[in-house]
Design a protein around this ligand. Structure first.
Ligand code: AMP
Ligand code: MG
Length: 339
């Protein structure tokens, strides 16, 4: 081998190594109150990851109830007092949340804030409130008392003590915003996972479909009961396992039935939605989880192209017809679906 060739080979090896070291296959950070992992595979430039996580923090700063200066905290503090002008994207998410509240007959209700604070599920002071305490705050949970003014992007909660909580929809919105950044960067394939709010993007290298695992609702995080096989889609689950505590043999989880103030209980362990827009999948999975199977499928009929996997307490599973679901845990069984 001549000298020039050796230099050339060494140079290309060096370039290859530097380009490898500049690329991160995936990045993991805590944002939006959950563990977020973005995987850009071989195109993982630091700048793209930075842009995505900056965007997630921006959304959190606007929409989190845990940040005092957020739009949502400001609206909540002004309940019964005055209209608050919010960022147009906060307005957009609240508007969409109210849309799903109307459509689900209030099963999904972004004014669920007082219930979330009363139960404090997942926090140190989580507790089963007295029936009296629940009855007292129930009238505050009413999406009809959210007044929206599109011209000024302002929001008014009509009753003092009302509070918005976008926990059931904001992660979906954030996932959609991450998709935009990834698409703009021409990254050929990616996985967005915002605490189980998943989007698979583009095509796998070998052109096969993506396999997205469905959490086993009775097991530790990461243990799946099976997987769905899909092209570019979002997969969002609402389930009893996400945040809960147990008392006297009862499990109390974080998704409330706004009509009685207790964690929704209708035989479901989880509902997974598979569709194109993550914000809609997020809101719908929560709504359908609260509605239960029979009412839930009626709601899903409004959204053609949206598929679902229902996992029940009796260890049965029902899937909609348009989804390829593969069971890997044989302690569960798949019933054939009817819709
Ligand atoms: P998800 O995991 O998307 O189903 O959202 C659950 C989160 O949404 C909870 O932690 C609450 O912050 C909020 N939430 C609970 N119950 C409801 C409900 N019925 N409608 C809307 N948001 C809810
Ligand atoms: Mg949700």
């Amino acid at each position: 081998m001549d000298f020039k060739k050796t230099i050339f080979l060494k140079l290309s090896l060096l370039l290859f190594l530097t380009s490898c070291s500049q690329n991160e296959a995936s990045r993991f950070e805590f944002a939006l109150g959950t563990f977020c992992t973005i995987t850009l595979f071989e195109q993982g430039q630091a700048s793209i990851y930075n842009n995505i996580f900056t965007r997630l923090n921006e959304i959190e700063n606007l929409m989190s109830v845990n940040i005092l200066s957020s739009d949502i905290s400001r609206v909540n503090a002004a309940a019964g007092i005055e209209h608050i002008q919010v960022h147009e994207e906060t307005f957009k998410v609240i508007e969409r949340a109210v849309f799903f509240a109307r459509l689900s007959g209030g099963a999904f209700d972004p004014s669920v804030g007082p219930l979330v604070s009363l139960w404090n599920i997942g926090k140190d002071n989580q507790q089963v409130p007295s029936r009296n305490e629940i009855e007292k705050i129930l009238p505050l949970i009413n999406w009809r008392n959210i007044e929206l003014d599109k011209n000024s992007n302002s929001v008014y909660l009509k009753v003092k003590g009302m509070a918005l909580d976008l926990g059931a929809i904001a992660k979906g919105y954030a996932a959609d915003e991450s998709v935009k950044i990834i698409k703009r960067s021409n990254t050929p394939r990616a996985i967005i996972d915002l605490g189980g709010n998943i989007v698979v993007l583009g095509e796998k290298k070998d052109k096969s479909l993506w396999k997205v695992g469905i959490q086993n609702p009775e097991k530790d995080r990461g243990e799946t009961i099976g997987y769905v096989q899909i092209p570019e889609k979002t997969v969002v689950t609402s389930g009893v396992y996400e945040r809960f505590f147990e008392e006297n043999g009862n499990r109390y989880h974080h998704i409330f039935n706004p009509s009685n103030g207790y964690p929704a209980h209708n035989g479901l362990l989880s509902v997974t939605l598979i569709t194109d827009v993550s914000m809609d999948a997020d809101a719908l999975s929560t709504a359908v989880f609260v509605l239960g199977y029979n009412e839930g499928i009626k709601l899903l009929n409004f959204f053609p192209g949206t598929e679902a996997v229902f996992i029940f307490e009796d260890k049965s599973i029902i899937t909609t017809q348009g989804i390829d679901f593969f069971l890997t845990d044989n302690s569960f069984s798949v019933k054939q679906n009817i819709f």
